[in-house]
Write a protein that binds this ligand. Structure first.
Ligand SMILES: Cc1cc2nc3c(=O)[nH]c(=O)nc-3n(C[C@H](O)[C@H](O)[C@H](O)COP(=O)(O)OP(=O)(O)OC[C@H]3O[C@@H](n4cnc5c(N)ncnc54)[C@H](O)[C@@H]3O)c2cc1C
Length: 449
């Protein structure tokens, strides 16, 4: 097995292949761990965590803890970020070694007979998994560099900007705004659509916007950017007839599959019009012996989706029976504060799809833990179908949403419904009791509320 790319898709595919007895190599043109660990998910979460710590310290007085002076030491934040990256990428390197997986440095392309070529050298491969991820796409005819940042560059800044504009209030753009806004940057977050987090349930996105708007961030939805001019020192941006100047402009408005170097067309691997690689439920491409996973294929561009597909592709290559990934059960999380997490249908989508919709909704503060921990904001919303108590989707805004969502994903994957979640005993006092209460609300017997 030769896996191209060592991100969360590639390294997991490689480990699963090795576990299943295949002699396995990973080709990586940059750094082990892929974009996720080196430039994207992990640095983002490390900086966001610094913002969370700051918020908690700022709130310390309400717990009776006096902090005399609070200061953001941004070099200290970047040190934390870089240490996290080093620790986690080192961990992946260790796992590859432990599983006796060769790491080949260089840029790979496919050869006509289904092998992999790296730096002019052909590596024989019975099976190939493509896991080369995605790259950011600029908009408005701009080019990334200097003052115009893609989302990765936004997380790797070494100085805290004074003024930052973010275009695109999807998960990535909202996270950037939330982190820098709380760390002290004046942030303008522009979104062309009518709500931030456009993929989220309207009510949830509204609740998130209300909280985020208090964090040094000006949110403008329905925004139309008219022009952008960047000099070496600043960016001048005009929207809605107003011109403002920023230290940086971060563009969080879409990514495209990174396939240029692979030579897909030359070897008969078919792609969609949008550049994604065509695959079947087992992630097989149109060329026998070649699989594609992660950001290269249809579905949300998320690390855990990439990893799950890596497992499916490796197991299929090993001749095992596999099941296609259930994209409706892939949760997406925005790690702003409060966190936003969801999977499956929104209330509107469920109604449009003709379900007999039931909504189980509770404020986070309906149970004890959020008050104990001083983080009472937000709500949980379960969208169900009354006939069998099926969970069609779930939407959470609040502290720990990222952790809470998994319970509902697991319930759904085990073919449980909100009725089962409602009758599952949850430890007290925990935030997860709010999940149980939302399930009870859906089932018609909310206790706390
Ligand atoms: C700023 C940001 C924050 C994010 N935060 C999250 C998050 O919190 N949670 C989440 O789930 N997702 C997050 N994502 C999305 C996540 O990063 C991707 O979905 C994930 O990295 C995809 O994994 P992958 O294995 O497909 O590819 P990648 O992680 O992109 O790895 C692909 C690897 O392939 C290598 N490569 C490319 N071409 C070649 C070649 N020809 N030869 C050899 N090597 C090659 C690249 O160098 C790279 O290392 C975030 C994305 C961004 C941009």
């Amino acid at each position: 097995m030769v896996v191209v790319g060592s991100g969360p898709g590639g390294y997991v595919a490689a480990i699963r292949s090795a576990q299943l007895g295949m002699k396995t190599a990973v080709v990586e043109k940059d750094a082990v761990g892929g974009r996720c660990l080196n430039y994207a998910c992990i640095p983002a979460k490390a900086v966001l965590r610094a913002a969370d710590v700051l918020s908690e310290v700022q709130d310390a007085a309400s717990f009776g803890v006096t902090v005399k002076s609070i200061e953001v030491d941004f070099p200290g934040v970047t040190k934390h970020r870089d240490k996290v990256i080093k620790t986690l990428t080192g961990g992946v390197g260790g796992l590859l070694k432990k599983n006796k997986i060769d790491v080949i440095e260089g840029e790979a392309s496919l050869t006509k007979d289904g092998n992999v070529s790296v730096g002019g050298k052909e590596i024989e491969a019975k099976n190939v998994i493509l896991a080369t991820g995605s790259v950011a796409k600029p908009i408005l005819g701009l080019e990334f560099g200097d003052r115009i940042l893609d989302t990765q560059a936004a997380w790797l800044l070494s100085d805290l900007p004074k003024r930052l504009c973010v275009i695109g209030a999807g998960a990535s753009g909202t996270e950037i705004a939330s982190a820098y806004g709380r760390l002290g940057t004046e942030v303008l977050l522009l979104e062309a659509l009518p709500q931030i987090l456009p993929l989220e349930d309207e009510e949830i996105a509204k609740a998130a916007a209300k909280e985020i708007g208090k964090q040094g961030i000006k949110i403008v939805t329905g925004a139309k950017v008219e022009s952008v001019e960047a000099s070496g020192k600043e960016v001048s941006l005009t929207y809605g007839g107003e011109t403002e100047k920023f230290d940086y402009l971060a563009i969080a408005a879409g990514r495209g599959a990174d396939t240029d170097a692979l030579g897909l067309a030359d070897v008969g691997v078919e792609t969609e019009e949008n550049g994604l690689v065509k695959v079947d439920g087992a992630l097989r491409t149109s060329k026998k012996g070649v699989w594609a996973i992660g950001d290269l294929t249809v579905g949300p561009a998320l690390a855990h989706k990439a990893s799950d597909e890596g497992v499916i592709a490796a197991e299929d290559a090993a001749g095992q029976d596999t099941h296609p990934i259930d994209l409706d059960a892939v949760a997406g999380v925005t790690f702003c504060h409060p966190q936003v997490a969801s999977f499956g249908m929104t209330e509107k989508e469920a109604k449009e799809a003709g379900h007999d919709v039931v909504v189980g909704k509770v404020p986070m503060a309906s149970v004890g833990a959020p008050t104990v921990y001083g983080d009472r904001g937000g709500m949980i919303k379960i969208i169900g179908d009354k006939k069998y108590g099926e969970i069609l989707g779930a939407h959470i805004v609040g502290a720990k949403a990222a952790e809470l969502i998994t319970e509902l994903v697991v319930a759904r994957e085990l073919e449980g419904g909100y009725t089962e979640v409602a009758r599952t005993v949850h430890a007290h006092p925990t935030f997860s009791e709010a999940v149980m209460e939302a399930a009870r609300a859906a089932d018609g017997w909310l206790i706390h509320g």
